[in-house]
Design a protein around this ligand. Structure first.
Ligand code: ZN
Length: 135
């Protein structure tokens, strides 16, 4: 995942966090002060929308001409820009996992209820997952 940070001087630093949680702030690459995560300002980042000059992206290790070029570089590397993840995507992912949990909880309580009534694990399993082919 690509994240963008901005320090008090206005320098924008981009960083990649694959397996670690995104920190609230990182050290600015240019002046060394705290740079804060700036997702909400991402559309205003100089160069992001192609001002014709481009910039060197240290996180990606390549020169970026404009937003379209950057999207292509990200896609080539199998990465998704955080701003593309904003909006519905994250919400629906969260909703999916909530639904999964809810359905799992229902299964568990159905299983438990049958165990309470009959004390038979095989029967409880069959009643919990009636459509499963257990043969
Ligand atoms: Zn700075």
């Amino acid at each position: 995942m690509m994240y963008e940070f901005r320090c008090l001087q206005g320098h924008v630093t981009e960083d990649l966090f694959h397996h670690t949680k995104r920190p609230e702030s990182i050290k600015c690459e240019i002046c060394g002060t705290d740079a804060r995560h700036i997702l909400s300002l991402v559309a205003n980042t100089p160069g992001r929308w192609g001002d014709g000059r481009g910039y060197y992206d240290s996180a990606l290790g390549t020169y970026i001409e404009n937003a379209q070029h950057k999207d292509k570089v990200l896609a080539d590397k199998g990465l998704v820009h955080e701003s593309d993840m904003a909006g519905g995507f994250c919400d629906s992912k969260v909703q999916d996992s909530i639904n999964e949990k809810k359905s799992h909880d229902q299964d568990m309580s159905r299983y438990q209820a049958s165990m309470d009534n009959h004390g038979d694990m095989g029967r409880a399993f069959a009643e919990t997952f009636p459509s499963e082919d257990t043969a």
